[in-house]
Ligand binder design. Sequence first.
Ligand code: UD1
Length: 368
Amino acid sequence: MTREVMLVAGARPNFMKIAPVHRSLLDAGMRVSLIHTGQHYDEQMSRLFFDQLGIPEPDLNLEVGSGSHAVQTAEIMKRFEPVLLERAPGLVVVVGDVNSTAACSMVAKKLDGVGVAHVEAGLRSFDRTMPEEINRLVTDALSDLLFVSEPSGEQNLRLEGVPTQRIHFVGNVMIDTLREHLERARETGAVAEQGLAPKSYALITLHRPANVDQPHVFEPMMDVLADVAREIPVLFPVHPRTRPALDRWRARRSEVPQALRTSSPIGYLEFLHLMAEARLVLTDSGGIQEETTALGVPCLTLRDNTERPVTVEQGTNQLVGRDPQRIRDAARQVLDGRVKTGRVPDKWDGKAAERIASAIASWDGALR
Ligand code: UD1
C-alpha cells in the first residue's frame, strides 16, 4: 500500500471520532495524514480536545473559521482542494455531519482517483431543515465506503440504493473513545470541582439553531430548566453560539435560581465525568444521546426527531420535543425515579475503529 489515507476533522464532535480511527489506521500499517479545517478554533472547542485525547498535531490547519453555511462550506472547499492535489491521498476519511464533512467529501470525489469513506454514515433525521441532514445526504451519496454505527443507518442506505458492498456496520467510534477514557474522566474529579454530588444534578447542553436562534423557542425552555433548578442543581456548559441567546434570557428574567449554573464549554474528560454521574441529562446534541445510552444515564432530547433511533429503541434516550410542558413532565418523571432503562447497542464495544481500519485495509479502491 503506497498512497496515504487522509483523515479530516473540523468541529468539536469530530475530534472524539477521529482519535481512535487515526490510531487504528496507524496500527494497521497505513500512511495517515490529518487535516483540521479550522471550523472550530476556540481553545475550549478544539485544542483542549486534541490534548486530552492524545490526537497528534494536524499536518495542516486550513483555519477557515466561522461564516454562513455557504461561506464556510465554500471556504473549506477552496482551501482543501490544493491540499488534496499536492498530497494525492488514495482515500479521504470524513466523520460525522458537520460542514467540514460535506465540503471535504465533495472536493475529494471530484478529483480523479480519490476515494471517500464516511464514518457515521446512514443516520437520518428526515428533517431537511437541519443543516446536518443535508451534510449527511451529500456525504453518503458520494462515499465509496460507508461505516455505519447502528442498524437504522444500514436500512436507510439500502433504501437510498447504496450498493450493499459499500456498507459496513462497524459500531460507534465515539463510544470507542468513551470506553477508553472513562477511568481518566473520573480521575479529573470534575463533579466535585463543580460543587456537585453524584446522581444529584442535571446536566444541560443546547446549541441547535432550531432551539437557540429564536427567543420564543429558547426562552420558554430556559424557564423550564430554571424550574428544574429549584429542585436539583443544574449545570449548563454553554456553546459559543448559545451565549448571546442566554444573555438575552437572563436580562429579561427578574431572577434566575442560583442553582442554575452556566459555564464556558468544558473539556472532553471533565464533561464525560459530569455526564456519567448526572441524575439526568437534557440536550439537543446528537452525540450526547449516544454517550448517555452507553453510560446508562437518563437523557431527555429536546428535539422533535433523532437521527439516532437506537438510543430511543434500546437506550436511555427519550425524545421529548420542545414543548415546555412536555419537557417539564418528562423531567418530573425522572426526578421522581421513573427512569427509562436501556441496554448498550450492538457493536458499541470499543472496537469500531479497528473494524474500520480492517475494512479500509482490504478495500480494493485507490490505495494501491
Ligand atoms: C457545528 C455543527 C453541528 C455540531 C456543532 C457542535 C455544522 C453545520 N454544524 O455547529 O452539527 O453539533 O458544531 O459544536 O457544521 N464559534 C465560536 N468558536 C468556535 C466555533 C464557533 O465562537 O470555535 C461560534 C461562532 O460564532 C460561530 C458559531 O459558533 O458563528 C457557530 O459555529 P459553526 O461552526 O458555524 O456551527 P456550530 O453551531 O458550532
